[in-house]
Design a protein around this ligand. Structure first.
Ligand SMILES: NC(=O)C1=CN([C@@H]2O[C@H](COP(=O)(O)OP(=O)(O)OC[C@H]3O[C@@H](n4cnc5c(N)ncnc54)[C@H](OP(=O)(O)O)[C@@H]3O)[C@@H](O)[C@H]2O)[C@@H](O)CC1
Ligand SMILES: Nc1ncnc2c1ncn2[C@@H]1O[C@H](COP(=O)(O)OP(=O)(O)O)[C@@H](O)[C@H]1O
Ligand SMILES: [K+]
Length: 468
């Protein structure tokens, strides 16, 4: 599990670590990890480190100190290093170390003329407020085009929310210390991080509210049938999706539901859609008892009735697309998963879509609280929020997954995972992980259509199941 801690949690852990080993040792751990990452990036881009050129942007605090000590390490390893101070009194021991190692301080014209291979952004880290001060912004603009390695975080992002309300640095690589921060996992800030490298500096941290499942976590949560299982113990998922106008959504939602995670799939819908579903999926049966419902994908005008019928059963329900518009009442803390994309969540909350895209974490949490439901907010980095404020960020997938009908497959899959007995938070987050992994497998770096994702699901599940 990757966990993202808040600034307050990191500060508390830092205090403990400093009491144990001293602040200098802690900064040296961070700076050494940073220097190694910068050297790796230089080798990746230039093939070597000797004779390459690194420019440090150095703010007032310890973030600048990390950059300066890393610069000293690089200078000792044959890199030409210059530092552009963006504060009156940059970290004094760090600056002394850089100068002693042969580095030099420069002004902005000197920094631009230096023609650096890489910038190291040590303007601010977890002590920074969102945005860049004018001198920092001027430097970042003057040096635009030079690839950036950010120290701890890209300067200017909001650390604990992952929002980017103000100008900020856009990094190719972010070297973060001790733990992930919310901003390194959650968009839009995570998109400003580029590739994130975590450097262990020995912090002891509590459980975090924001986390990301990794393959091993998904393998542990996966409902795998045992010798004594039969189709009913594995769970029956019911699908009420598709409509006369959108019969394909029924097929895709059923394809997600029939990916093997539940013991049986029932479909309930208009007769002509039902016959197409049965033709395509001979294993699907009609109305009857279910352990979970998947409702709403392509539901059109029929979504309201489908939702009402599903909510009438006392089982978990995953609600997608058209059915989201008919969610008038809070259903209580258990059993409901909503799967909006940003536009649908904006409509649910009565806000512009841009507001949701700019602050997805806040809006997913708000909606989860308001509806007493697990909210799976789809996007490039899907979020799953529960009413208590816990959030999982999905780390799998590919931009090629932004294709019509992909969400319908996800709804069916989450329904099957609910039917198998996973709680709504696990069902939604495991579903998002499997869905993204299946898309990457199906596309192999290239384009895909939604049904390809459903076809690839059993292979992904099989690979995980064989690991446990
Ligand atoms: N925690 C840990 O375990 C470890 C932490 N470590 C490192 O320490 C970092 C935290 O250091 P930190 O506390 O000194 O704060 P930091 O991020 O350098 O910036 C604060 C200074 O910047 C200024 N400033 C504020 N906003 C600004 C803005 N928008 N634009 C420009 N300037 C702005 C403000 O100055 P002032 O307002 O006084 O001018 C303030 O003094 C952390 O991210 C990590 O890199 C590692 O070395 C070891 C382990
Ligand atoms: N840029 C992106 N990168 C990766 N995945 C994306 C991106 N945009 C959307 N997705 C994913 O693609 C799927 C699209 O679902 P959705 O918007 O419901 O489409 P539809 O309604 O056509 O089924 C979601 O799983 C979402 O997380
Ligand atoms: K930084």
């Amino acid at each position: 599990m990757r966990q993202a801690h808040t600034v307050a949690q990191v500060r508390a852990a830092e205090e403990q670590a400093i009491a144990a080993v001293g602040d200098e040792a802690l900064m040296q751990r961070a700076a050494t990890g940073l220097a190694v990452a910068v050297a790796d990036e230089l080798r990746r881009r230039r093939g070597h480190t000797y004779g390459t050129r690194v420019l440090l942007l150095v703010g007032a605090g310890n973030n600048g100190g990390d950059a300066l000590f890393a610069g000293a390490w690089l200078a000792r390893h044959g890199v030409a290093v210059r530092a552009l101070p963006l504060a009156e009194h940059p970290h004094a021991p760090g600056l002394a170390a850089l100068l002693a190692a042969g580095g030099r301080a420069v002004d902005l014209p000197g920094a631009v003329g230096f023609d650096a291979d890489l910038l190291v952004d040590g303007i601010v880290g977890i002590g920074g407020s969102p945005g860049l001060r004018p001198d920092a912004q001027q430097a970042v603009e003057a040096l635009a085009g030079v690839p950036v390695v950010a120290v701890d975080l890209p300067s200017g992002v909001a650390v604990d929310t992952g929002e980017t309300p103000e100008p900020h640095v856009q990094a190719e690589v972010t070297v973060t210390f001790g733990t992930h921060k919310v901003a390194t996992l959650v968009d839009p800030a995570a998109a400003a991080c580029g590739e994130v490298r975590l450097v262990d500096i020995g912090l002891v941290l509590p459980d975090a509210d924001v986390e990301a499942l990794e393959a091993a976590d998904v393998a542990t949560l996966l409902p795998v049938p045992g010798r004594a299982s039969h189709k009913y113990t594995r769970g029956v998922v019911g699908v009420r999706a598709g409509s006369r106008a959108y019969p394909g959504a029924a097929l895709l939602c059923v394809a997600g539901a029939a990916s093997g995670m539940a013991g049986m799939v029932r479909y309930v819908g208009p007769d002509e859609v039902d016959s197409r579903v049965r033709q395509r999926f001979p294993e699907v049966v009609g109305a009857g008892r279910v352990q979970a419902w998947a409702v709403g994908s392509g539901g059109d005008d029929e979504a309201a009735a489908a939702l009402a019928a599903a909510l009438g059963d006392d089982v978990p329900v995953v609600v997608d697309a058209d059915a989201l518009r008919h969610l008038h009442h809070r259903r209580g803390p258990s059993g409901l998963v909503l799967t909006p994309h940003a536009g649908e969540l904006a409509a649910l909350l009565g806000e512009p879509r841009g507001e949701v895209e700019g602050a997805p974490l806040r809006h997913a949490r708000d909606a989860a609280r308001r509806w007493g439901a697990v909210v799976l907010l789809k996007g490039p980095r899907t979020l799953v929020a529960d009413p208590g404020g816990r959030v999982r960020v999905n780390s799998t997938g590919t931009p090629w997954l932004a294709t019509a009908g992909a969400g319908d497959v996800l709804t069916g899959l989450v329904g099957a995972l609910l039917a198998s007995g996973l709680d709504p938070f696990d069902a939604a987050s495991v579903g998002a992980w499997l869905h993204g992994a299946a898309a990457s497998r199906a596309g192999r770096g290239g384009p895909l259509v939604a049904s390809d994702v459903a076809h690839a699901l059993p292979e992904i599940v099989g690979a995980l199941a064989s690991e446990v």
